[in-house]
Design a protein around this ligand. Structure first.
Ligand code: ADE
Ligand code: ZN
Length: 336
């Protein structure tokens, strides 16, 4: 079997996926028409051509503008269902999805509309595709602490549908400590905690997420290599880093995939795994991310297996569910 097929057939979990970032240009146009929103693009090709980013902010500006076509519960359902079908094709068995409620509530869309649509698609995918999931609410870090508190309040009636909270959007200038009190409040409500840190921001942002917010996972985290003491701590505590290779090259965190530090992180014994972040914008879903790093960094089958195992080990699944998936990976490795 070719390594490419080995990757495709490997059972995987995805832990870093923004549902708004899975909005493909075709669905963008369909929803724009359905909701009578005018788009600044002539066609799908023009949209794809606009996805040429120089840094995180240049992406975020386009990503938030794209979200304006999402208005009804059905729109959020269709968006989520499209991702889940695509994830299923990539042999993703479990996915933990971020959503950005403030992107929608700030446009006058009710929190309830957003979460009901997403939740229904997740429930249908578990039933129809056997694909399990969790939902993580992200606060937009360029907005205020007060706005984050209001969002947490709006989420409480849906507490049982949301496993945890995260932190995303413009990193530099918006350190984790800005949200220390919101994260502390969320913890009292039983939410698990993650945060984007060390994507464009320095290693200090990772320290801030760990010490200030008490997160269990770091989203991205690739800048940890700036600080050997931090790398040592991440390894010793096996704190997961949800790495997103195609995102990192599209947003110029690394110039070329050959320069990506994923293998260096693996070699240092860190619990890293591969994710797609915003696949509609960055040119590929999970298997495409695996293929890109495998090719550029010449990863071995052992390393590919380790990445897949790390994805389940780092998830918010129950311990028995994790063991079931790890067992399936081992069976797969023996068969091929
Ligand atoms: N929102 C969506 N994708 C993001 C990323 N890669 N970093 C920060 N915020 C995001
Ligand atoms: Zn992200």
């Amino acid at each position: 079997m070719m390594d490419k097929d080995f990757i495709s057939g490997l059972p995987k979990a995805e832990l870093h996926l923004h549902i708004e970032g899975s909005l493909e240009p075709e669905l963008l146009f369909k929803l724009a028409e359905r909701n009578q929103v005018s788009l600044p693009y002539a066609n799908v090709e023009a949209v794809r051509a606009a996805y040429d980013f120089s840094n995180l902010q240049s992406f975020l500006d386009i990503y938030y503008a794209g979200a304006s076509v999402l208005q009804t519960e059905q729109d959020f359902y269709d968006l989520t269902w499209a991702y889940l079908e695509r994830a299923h094709q990539d042999n993703i068995r479990h996915t933990e999805i971020f959503f950005d409620p403030q992107t929608h509530t700030d446009r006058g869309i009710a929190f309830e509309v957003v979460i009901r649509g997403i939740h229904q698609a997740l429930a249908d995918a578990e039933q129809q595709l056997g694909l399990t999931s969790r939902l993580i609410l992200c606060f937009l870090r360029h907005l205020s602490e007060e706005a984050a508190f209001a969002t947490l309040q709006a989420a409480l009636p849906f507490r049982s549908w949301i496993v945890g909270i995260g932190l995303d959007s413009s990193e530099v200038g918006n350190p984790p400590e800005k949200f220390k009190r919101v994260f502390a409040k969320a913890e009292t409500k039983g939410f698990r905690k993650v945060a984007h840190a060390g994507e464009e921001g320095s290693a200090d942002y990772i320290w801030g997420a760990l010490d200030g917010l008490g997160v269990e996972r770091i989203d991205h985290g690739v800048q940890c290599v700036q600080d050997p003491e931090l790398v040592q701590l991440l390894a010793a505590r096996q704190i997961p880093l949800t790495v997103c290779p195609l995102s990192n090259t599209k947003l110029c965190v690394f110039d070329r995939m050959e320069d990506h530090n994923l293998k260096q992180l693996l070699d240092a014994g860190l619990r890293v795994m591969i994710n797609s972040d915003d696949p509609a914008y960055f040119g590929g879903y999970l298997n495409a991310n695996f293929h890109a790093v495998w090719q550029a960094l010449k990863l071995s089958r052992e390393e590919l297996l380790q990445l897949a195992k790390n994805s389940f080990l780092s998830s918010f699944l129950s311990e028995p569910a994790k063991l079931k998936h790890l067992h399936e990976i081992e069976q797969y490795a023996r068969q091929v």
